[in-house]
Design a binder for this molecule. Structure first.
Ligand code: IPM
Ligand code: MG
Length: 359
């Protein structure tokens, strides 16, 4: 029995809708297991811009740092698209990742048997897929200097810098090996070492760290090939470790293996307070319509429990409740299948809740 302080940022678009379902399930889990989750809401993204003029107010940073874990919804939308770069909702998210020193982003892509037909990829290719995409989150081209826009006319240019230091590569690659030890003992390091110096250093460090883990098989793949292999034969992968932008792209691709981006959760760790969010965005096109799939948000809770609060049994309960819902033929629109019942956001949250209580 314990008391945990959870900071909550619902954000924009479908963020608040799926956030409500997440908290409902979290509090029910608390009641079931004898924990108290005290939640405090903070602003970030577009909602923060509207209220305070900046995408990440100081109060938010302070509050989040003072909690045990952060549950995050999604941010952004057309309303704020034309803001200057440093005032866009996304800038708030990136600043928060940096502030929390959340350098490791875990994005598990697990194909549930019940959903093998929901993907656009053949069921026989997908069945049994279970990949952990480990994305470096506070370095690379997202943060590299110099960056900017300069000049005028035809020579006006935009530029960014892809840069990785050895210590940044070493810690994420080491985490990949440690995670692989508890899985199928395979690490695939993804880079573009045939073209980029940053990737050459990445690969050298991966090989060096790999020597500490002789039990784990290390392979290397260029990112273009990895993008192809992920849909050709996803089962060949166990843990994929890669830099910030490659991980951004490959994790969206991996989400489609599972049927929908509405299923995927992520954990950003490494610093003092873990940061947990679905990988989907704010989906402004369906916001406020009760169409969003809350399962990524509810799955995010299980990562928060596992990696943020070290409550493994509780994390497994959430996963079991999600599996039950799928086994009972309940779906949201994004994962609809013939013969299944389509539910709205709230109904899906309720369905998970009922099954959780019954476990
Ligand atoms: C993600 C998102 C973010 C990213 C955006 C919203 C800045 O795509 O978490 O994958 O690029 O990291
Ligand atoms: Mg992304």
């Amino acid at each position: 029995m314990a008391n945990f302080k959870i900071s909550v940022i619902n954000g924009d678009g479908i963020g608040p809708e799926v956030g409500v379902e997440g908290l409902k399930v979290l509090h029910a889990l608390g009641a079931k297991c004898g924990h108290t989750f005290s939640t405090t809401h903070y602003l970030a993204g577009g909602a923060a811009i509207d209220a305070t003029g900046v995408p990440l107010p100081d109060d938010t940073i302070k509050g989040v740092k003072d909690s045990h874990a952060l549950l995050f919804g999604a941010i952004g939308g057309p309303k704020w698209e034309n803001m200057p770069h440093h005032l866009k909702p996304e800038a708030g998210l990136l600043k928060l990742r940096k502030e929390l020193d959340a350098w490791a982003n875990l994005r598990p892509a697990v194909v549930y048997d019940e959903l093998v037909d929901a993907s656009t990829i053949k069921p026989e290719v997908l069945r049994g897929t279970d990949i952990m995409v480990l994305r470096e989150l506070t370095g690379g081209i997202y943060f590299g200097q110099p960056r900017g826009i300069e000049g005028t006319g035809p020579t006006r240019k935009g530029f960014n810098t892809e840069v990785y230091s050895e210590f940044e590569i070493e810690r994420i690659v080491r985490m990949a090996f440690q995670i692989a030890l508890g899985r199928k003992k395979k690490v695939c390091s993804v880079d573009k070492a045939n073209v980029l110096e940053s990737s050459q250093v990445w690969r050298e460090v991966a090989i060096r760290v790999g020597k500490e883990f002789p039990q784990v098989a290390l392979s290397h793949m260029y990112v273009d090939n990895a993008a192809m292999q992920l849909i050709r034969d996803p089962k060949q992968f166990d843990v994929i470790v890669t830099g910030n932008i490659f991980g951004d792209i490959l994790s969206d691709e991996a989400s489609q293996l599972t049927g929908s981006i509405g299923m995927l959760a992520s954990a950003s760790v490494g610093g003092p307070v873990g940061f947990f969010e679905p990988i989907h965005g704010s989906a402004p096109d369906i916001a406020g319509q009760q169409k969003a799939n809350p399962l990524a948000m509810i799955g995010t809770l299980s990562l928060l429990l596992r990696y943020g609060l070290k409550l493994e049994t509780e994390a497994k309960l959430i996963e079991a409740a999600i599996k039950r819902v799928l086994a009972d033929g309940l779906r949201t629109g994004d994962i609809k299948q013939p013969g299944c019942r389509i539910l709205g956001t709230r109904e899906m949250g309720d369905a998970v809740l009922e099954r959780l209580k019954a476990l």
